[in-house]
Design a protein around this ligand. Structure first.
Ligand code: DGL
Length: 268
């Protein structure tokens, strides 16, 4: 386990919200991040396709020496976590269970809203996880697919984003929820605009923070951590990734490597 990195993957830039929390909490861990920018978005794709992509992404991270994988994508976590846990010889963490636990802890009236991609909402992964933790909770879900391109575009407080938030959230807020799970790692990029529309009495749950707690509990061999080195990989559009990443992370990524489709690792 000595000096091996933590592997993180997402369909694009959204997982950087998870990377940011993990980096803050574990300054000496080495991290390797993969954003599948050639194939984003995962949300509207079929379950089998997302499982295939997730296996390929995880294998790539293992080739980079990952000692543990964090699936920084709710859509992949909802559909592929079990499969990856079955086939990989290293621990794999998803974002759904930690997010569900935070939501149950945060809610006073036990009325919880969940927003996510079509794939995540269709899977009912959050409602199942929340009911398992507390069967008296009512869960109200809404797929918000347009939030992903808005976040990828860097339009976190654009007028179009505000109108889209209003369109998606108005029916959800009519259910008297007191907690709203941002069930897609892209959504924290729009957090301020979402909070502004939802109002301060609604607690927003960001699964990036929740999964970092969980990681803290299982991370092995602390004394053998690395030097806090980062390696970022994408499958396309390096420039766009760089520019959104610098906004999310408040720093420039100085080493970003594009992995070419067809180099071998994308094949099963
Ligand atoms: N960031 C991903 C998630 O958490 C998905 C965005 C997408 O690729 O559709 O679900």
């Amino acid at each position: 386990m000595a000096k091996k990195p933590i592997g993180i993957f997402d369909s694009g830039v959204g997982g950087l919200t998870v990377y940011k929390e993990i980096r803050k909490r574990f300054p000496y861990e080495d991290i390797v991040y993969f954003g599948d920018t050639a194939r984003v978005p995962y949300g509207p794709k079929s379950k089998n396709t997302v499982i295939d992509y997730s296996i390929q992404n995880a294998r790539f991270l293992m080739q980079q020496g990952a000692k543990l994988i964090v699936i920084a994508c709710n859509t992949s976590s909802a559909t592929a976590l079990n499969k990856l846990q079955q086939i990989l010889p290293i621990p794999v963490l998803g974002v759904i269970d930690p997010g569900a636990r935070s939501a149950v802890n945060a809610s006073h009236n036990k009325r919880i809203g969940v927003i996510g991609t079509e794939g995540t909402i269709r899977s009912k992964a959050y409602s199942t996880a929340i009911s398992k933790l507390d069967s008296s909770c009512s869960v109200f879900s809404k797929a918000c697919p347009i939030f992903v391109p808005l976040a990828e575009e860097g339009w976190e407080d654009h007028e179009v984003t505000k109108l889209t938030i209003k369109e998606y959230l108005t029916p959800l807020l009519q259910n008297n929820i007191d907690t709203l799970v941002l069930g897609c790692t892209h959504y924290p990029i729009l957090k301020e605009s979402i909070q502004q529309f939802a109002g301060n009495e609604i607690t927003l749950v960001d699964s990036a923070e929740a999964v970092t707690e969980k990681l803290d509990a299982i991370l092995p061999d602390r004394e053998l951590t690395g030097i806090g080195e980062d390696r970022f990989y994408v499958s396309d559009n390096e420039d766009k990734f760089m520019s959104i990443a610098s906004k999310i992370l408040d720093m420039e990524i100085n080493k970003l490597i594009k992995v070419n489709l067809g180099e071998g690792w994308f094949l099963n």
